[in-house]
Write a protein that binds this ligand. Structure first.
Ligand code: ADP
Ligand code: MG
Length: 131
């Protein structure tokens, strides 16, 4: 799926949110500036949450209404570290987890995670792949 504006990516994420069930875990991949946080803003809207989504870089995880859990694993070095911080507990919290840089904690990820890859094509174009 190709989007040509931030708004279109949000619209796509709103639609995608409708396919989710509580307990789902989504691995969201893409380089810096690809649109991962933008995508999560759309997920929040699609889940009916009236919240401002910001990057959880320094907090590791932001919880929105205990329904949407947004992780940034960029600064984690291992799955063990995620466990020590209690982050992995949220996988079983019956919300929807969306993870950026999940590869850093690969050993502790549950099976059957959903995957979204976002690639920057040019300034305003993104290729979004749902796996
Ligand atoms: P990431 O979280 O992957 O680092 P952000 O979502 O924070 O990325 O930033 C994406 C940036 O790219 C925003 O400034 C956004 O306005 C811009 N952008 C331009 N075109 C698009 C598009 N088609 N989809 C998503 N973001 C886009
Ligand atoms: Mg981000």
């Amino acid at each position: 799926m190709k989007t040509t504006s931030r708004k279109q990516t949000i619209a796509f994420a709103i639609e995608y949110a409708k396919t989710l069930k509580l307990g789902d875990i989504i691995l969201l991949a893409g380089d810096l500036g690809a649109g991962k946080t933008t995508f999560v803003q759309g997920l929040a809207i699609g889940l009916g949450l009236d919240v401002e989504v910001t990057s959880p870089t320094y907090a590791y995880m932001h919880s929105y209404a205990d329904k949407l859990y947004h992780f940034d694993c960029y600064r984690l070095k291992s799955g063990a570290e995620a466990e020590i911080l209690g982050l992995t507990d949220y996988f079983d919290a019956n919300g929807i987890c969306v993870l950026e840089w999940a590869e850093n904690i690969a050993e502790v990820l549950p099976q059957n995670c959903k995957k979204i890859n976002i690639q920057k094509v040019d300034e305003n174009t993104r290729e979004i792949e749902v796996l």
